[in-house]
Structure formats: C-alpha cells, structure tokens
Design a protein around this ligand. Structure first.
Ligand SMILES: Cc1cc2nc3c(=O)[nH]c(=O)nc-3n(C[C@H](O)[C@H](O)[C@H](O)COP(=O)(O)OP(=O)(O)OC[C@H]3O[C@@H](n4cnc5c(N)ncnc54)[C@H](O)[C@@H]3O)c2cc1C
Length: 464
C-alpha cells in the first residue's frame, strides 16, 4: 500500500531557502521573475503549476533535492523537457536535468552511458561513424532518459524492441536520497529495474542510464511526399510494402495538412500531403528494392531518401523541436483492411477538413512482440499504431482537436485494441490505457517497496 504524501501546499520561503542552500543550481518559485517561462513544459498546452523548480547543476543537486523533499514531505518529479507533460506534476517540485549532459560510449561493449539531460539527437550524433545506433524515435529533441523510462517507440523497434528494453542499468537517487546504480546482476534490484524499463518516473530520480547500442553499419532513410489527392494508391502501396517488410525496414504513412506557419519549410506551407517516411537498417539498394512499389504509386513531389548517419535519423520525420502547444495520441491496430483505408482517407485525407496536422499509421510489430529482457514496457504484436498529432495555436481550439481525435479513435474502434504505448497517451490519459492490469498491479507493488512515502511523481502516476 502506497502512503500518499499530503496534498501539495505552497512552499514557504524558509523551506525554499533551505533547498537553495542545499543545491548549487538555481531554485525558482512562484514570484521569481523567470518563473512563468521556466515552469512551462515543452508542450505549451499544459499550463503546468509546480510548487518550485530546481535547475540541477549535477547529480549531487538531484540527491540533495530528494533528501530535502523527504524531510519536508514534498513530492518531487523530473521533467527534462516536457514533451510528455501532463497535469500530474502540478504542486510538485520539478527537477530540470539539462546540465546532466555527459555522453560516454564503449563501442566494443556496445553500450552508451548518458546523463539525464541528454537529448536523442546528441547521443545519435555521438554514434556517427561507429556502426552503432540507439533506439531513437521520431524527434531528436526528446531526452534519452525521459523516452526510455516511458517505453520508447523507435524507428528501430521492429528490429530491436522498445527503448526501455535496451536499458542496461540506471544510476538513481532512491527514496532515501542515496545515489546508486541499479543493475541487472543485482537480484535485489530486479523488480526496480523491470519497473524503470517502461514504468516511467514514479520509482526514483534517474541521473544516468546505460543503454544497449545496436548494430547499424548502414542506415537508409527519408521520406517520399505526394499530393494528398494521390493518397489512396500510396496507402495501398504502403500496406503492400509493410505486410511483407523485414524487421530492418520501418515505414510510416502520414496524411499531413501543413499550416502556413514559420516552422514549416516555405515551399510546403499550406499544403496537404500523403507522406511515407522510412528507415532501413541496410544498404541503399536493398532499401530501394523494398520501397519500389511506393516510387510508382503516385507523383512524388518531394524525395529525401538517402544513406544517413545515426545523427540524422531524428531529422527524417521533420518534426517541430521548439516548444509548442501540441496534442499527440495513438491507438494500436490489430488489423488494417480496405474498409480501414477508406475510413482513414475520409477522416484525414484531401478535403476532409480535419483540424489535425497529421494522422499517421506507423508500422510496428516485429521485435516489439518478443520479450528481450524483463520490462514493464512489455510486448505488443499489433502491426500498426495509429496516431494523431497537431499543434493547437490557441487553447480555445483544444475542444475541436479533442473532438477530431475522438472521432478518429471511435471510427477505428473495430480495428483497435484501445491500447497505446505509454509515450502515445494524450496529456490527460491514465497509464491504464498503456498497460494491462497485471503490469499496473506489479508497478504499484514496486512503487510501494521503492517509494513507500510516495515521494516521486511521474507524468503517468501508477495509482491514477
Ligand atoms: C513531436 C513528438 C514526437 C514524439 N515521437 C515519439 C516517438 O517517436 N516515440 C516515442 O516513444 N515517443 C515519442 N514522443 C513522446 C516522447 O517520447 C515522450 O513525451 C517522452 O516522455 C519523452 O519526452 P521528454 O524527454 O520531453 O520527457 P519529459 O516529458 O520531460 O518527461 C517525461 C516523464 O519521464 C519521466 N522522467 C524523465 N526524466 C526522468 C528522470 N531523470 N528521472 C525519473 N523520471 C524521469 C518523468 O515521469 C517525466 O514526467 C514524441 C513526442 C512528441 C511531442
């Protein structure tokens, strides 16, 4: 049984001053001039109201913050960046970890050690020329630690599984304020390591992770874009390609409606497109052979497919990296037939008038269906993940966007399992949509043992 810490109270000046004296980084509270800018997460749609912020200078600051929080009965959270922001961090003391930016790579042992502030783009760039890759997702600005603790669906998950299953070890500050490594060769830590591999930030504050690296001597990737009016044959070709694709090939089909906004390349502003984005762990020739049906499926108006370095993989989907108000949500599909294709084009294709910036069908499956190591992230054998992503330029448009997502997921109910990877939950959704009841029960048991006072709060609380 987890003993809940009392409902958050505003922190008094003396208590905050004690925290300031305990850390070498900055401590910000409501009333500080920088507060309003600093408190917001990457996802500006979440008007996050923490009790205070600690901009940790190093891992010792993280430990000092946890010891202070334990003394005062305050909940504490890590938020390196805030792509996964939810309302759960309101009232907590939020630790920013950008300064924990060390990257260490051992190519022989195929392992990387990264600090809790390292972004995926930086780790991947450090791997250029090594013939190895990490399990990066579609966005280079997401942190390795935030993504991996939350499951992590990568371009290369069809070949190597979820990001969480590549966590080899974690350097944590535990609920006693002690800094230590959690490793797979320590039987007493087996449950905690299992929970860290996909259960999120509810069990400890992580200051560094050691991750498996995976062979990638050659990577080919990029996108083919077509006018949205040509989407039907392109979607058919995408389904043909993905139904027989080897695990080295990952392709995503996207219906995209680009706003006339500065973050969109000038020549693409205002266009509606059907886009296939792909990566292949192998030669250019083999990738082109596998993707050949897509080359002739419609008039290609943009082609960025090319051999790429690991450091370029996070750029292939051309997603926004600067903070924006955004909505991202998904659902796994156990099948995708002709009726599903018609429904997708009607809801999000040319002339649909959808307010969603993009509706995407990610080909998944492969190694995601196999257990590599014990991990809360678990396995998933569904072949596709349907996602909606959009930018919400003003809060009054949020209901319109929510209605469009509801309509998308309701329409797709016949093909959907109703589940999603933890990193594809909408900002107000519970962890229960990501994991089965048995996983939630075990996560709660691990939390009760590792954090009996409920000191740590992640963006997806296990008791919600
Ligand atoms: C445009 C976009 C594209 C995306 N693409 C993908 C994708 O391809 N694949 C995918 O899987 N996800 C994807 N995501 C989701 C993203 O991976 C998650 O939001 C993830 O949580 C990481 O984001 P972050 O680094 O900003 O972490 P934050 O949002 O800052 O943190 C998320 C949570 O992780 C935990 N956490 C973070 N750091 C620590 C720490 N040091 N100690 C303890 N707990 C910690 C906490 O619970 C925290 O609330 C995408 C999101 C966006 C907005």
């Amino acid at each position: 049984m987890v003993t809940e810490i009392a409902a958050p109270q505003p922190l008094d000046t003396t208590t905050l001053d004690e925290l300031r004296a305990a850390v070498s980084g900055a401590v910000l509270g409501p009333g500080d001039p920088e507060w309003d800018a600093a408190r917001l997460p990457w996802n500006r749609l979440v008007d996050q109201q923490p009790a205070a912020l600690v901009v940790a200078a190093d891992a010792a600051d993280v430990a000092a913050t946890v010891r202070w929080a334990a003394r005062h009965g305050v909940t504490v959270s890590a938020q390196p960046n805030g792509h996964g922001a939810s309302a759960a961090l309101d009232g907590t003391v939020v630790v920013r970890t950008a300064a924990l930016d060390d990257i260490w790579v051992d190519t022989d042992a195929r392992v990387a050690r990264v600090g809790a502030g390292v972004k995926w783009g930086d780790l991947q760039t450090a791997l250029d020329g090594t013939g190895l890759t990490g399990l990066i997702g579609s966005n280079p600005d997401v942190t390795v630690v935030g993504y991996s603790l939350s499951g992590g669906l990568s371009w290369f998950s069809r070949a190597f599984g979820p990001g969480a299953a590549s966590i080899r070890a974690a350097e944590v500050v535990d609920a006693t304020g002690a800094q230590r490594w959690v490793r797979s060769d320590e039987p007493a830590d087996a449950d905690l390591l299992w929970a860290l591999r996909g259960g999120g930030g509810e069990f400890a504050l992580v200051t560094a992770l050691e991750l498996d690296l995976h062979p990638a001597p050659q990577i080919y990737g990029g996108l083919l874009a077509y006018p949205a009016e040509a989407a039907a044959p392109v979607l058919r070709a995408f389904l043909d390609v993905t139904r027989s694709a080897p695990e080295e090939l990952t392709a995503w089909f996207t219906l995209m409606h680009l706003p006339d906004a500065p973050f969109i390349p000038a020549e693409l502003r205002g266009l509606s497109l059907a886009v296939v984005t792909a990566t292949h762990l192998g030669s250019a020739d083999e990738a082109e052979r596998l993707l050949a049906p897509l080359r002739t499926a419609g008039p290609v108006v943009r082609d960025t497919l090319r051999p790429v370095a690991p450091g370029e993989v996070g750029l292939l989907a051309e997603e926004p990296v600067d903070p924006v108000p955004a909505v991202l949500a998904g659902t796994r599909l156990h099948a995708f037939d002709d009726t599903a294709a018609e429904a997708l084009l009607a809801l999000a294709g040319a002339g649909s008038g959808t307010p969603l910036l993009q509706v995407q069908l990610r080909h998944v499956g492969g190694a995601l269906a196999r257990e590599r190591v014990p991990a809360a992230a678990g396995t998933a054998d569904e072949p596709y993940l349907l996602t909606g992503l959009t930018i919400v330029p003003s809060p009054d448009l949020a209901p319109l966007v929510s209605a469009a997502l509801d309509q998308l997921f309701t329409t797709f109910a016949p093909w959907s399992t109703g589940t999603a990877p933890l990193t594809f939950l909408d900002r107000d959704e519970s962890i229960r949509r990501a994991y089965p009841a048995a996983t939630i029960d075990r996560l709660r048991a691990v939390k009760a043992a590792a954090d009996p006072a409920g000191l740590f709060r992640g963006n997806r609380p296990v008791d919600a």
